[in-house]
Write a protein that binds this ligand. Structure first.
Ligand code: MN3
Length: 205
């Protein structure tokens, strides 16, 4: 059984950057639905004993097209939102340190340049989707965007996402309406780079 992360902070803890009603709806309804639908599809496909990363990396092994699509969309939604809610906090580290900081400087030139790139990818994503910071097996970082609930795993890149920005309208529309860039800035201001650093070290083993 795949489980939604339990938030280590309250739905109202991220005010005013992310409002309480958006958090309630996003985590309590949208993410809950992706999780339920992913569990159902994984059960049907006979893959429910595998880690979500493995399911997403091996979608081609599922021959039934509707089931493959359900796994891609709901497995992606389950995975992406766990990362989205896990990597923010009301009082986290606002700058990266150690190995992650060094990898960011190497790949992007500076932390500010990375933030600009992740934000512009998110702002420029046409329709629903995400921007991701991901890492390959050699520790090299990439910033990319994906449509829908895709991610670097389901896209077959072999990279592990370690931070993300959700730009589906359900992530921001109640408060920010059409002002997607303002939401992106607010969300990115909540990213806990200590957690992202832990994700980085775990991904490269
Ligand atoms: Mn979302």
């Amino acid at each position: 059984m795949y489980e939604q992360i339990k938030l280590p902070y309250g739905y109202d803890a991220l005010e005013p950057a992310i409002d309480t009603l958006t958090m309630e709806t996003h985590h309590g309804k949208h993410h809950a639905a992706y999780t339920k639908n992913f569990n159902d599809a994984a059960e049907k496909a006979g893959v429910a004993d595998k880690p979500v990363e493995e399911v997403l990396a091996n979608l081609d092994a599922v021959s039934d097209e509707a089931l493959r699509k359900a796994l891609r969309n709901n497995g992606g939604g389950f995975y992406n939102h766990n990362l989205y809610f896990q990597t923010i906090s009301p009082d986290g580290a606002r700058v990266p340190e150690g190995k992650l900081a060094a990898a960011i400087d190497e790949a992007f030139g500076s932390f500010d340049a990375l933030k600009e790139k992740l934000a512009s990818l998110a702002a420029g994503q046409f329709g629903s989707g995400w921007s991701f910071l991901s890492v390959d097996r050699d520790g090299k970082l990439y910033a990319t965007a994906s449509p829908n609930q895709d991610n670097p795993i389901s896209e077959g890149t072999g990279r592990t996402p370690i931070a993300c920005v959700d730009v589906w309208e359900h992530a921001y529309y109640l408060k920010y309406k059409n002002l997607r860039p303002d939401y992106i800035k607010a969300y990115m201001g909540l990213i806990d780079w200590k957690i992202v650093g832990e994700n980085y070290e775990k991904a490269i083993g």
